[in-house]
Design a protein around this ligand. Structure first.
Ligand SMILES: [Zn+2]
Length: 90
């Protein structure tokens, strides 16, 4: 930690990026997507929530393979269950 302000994008340390094959957060060590990452994803994909679902679906598929838990409900909850639902769908 040098405290440099111009850290390149490769600095996953503050990106809350997933560490495979365990799918834990590289920053805070929580199960990915961690709370900070969820906030970031919602902000990043605020204009296109459908793309966020697609992205997380791809992550879920990869995680299911890495964790050898295909079709796991808890994994689905973890990757997709936290997404705010659209009121109209109900
Ligand atoms: Zn994190």
């Amino acid at each position: 930690m040098t405290g440099a302000s111009d850290v390149p994008a490769t600095a996953a340390a503050y990106e809350h990026a997933p560490v495979t094959p365990d799918w834990t957060c590289g920053t805070c060590g929580a199960a990915w997507p961690c709370e900070p990452k969820r906030d970031r994803l919602l902000a990043e994909y605020a204009a296109d929530r459908a793309m966020l679902s697609v992205y997380l679906g791809a992550c879920l598929a990869a995680a299911a393979e890495d964790l050898h838990a295909p079709g796991s409900t808890s994994l689905q909850d973890r990757f997709l269950g936290w997404l705010p639902r659209r009121p109209k769908r109900f």
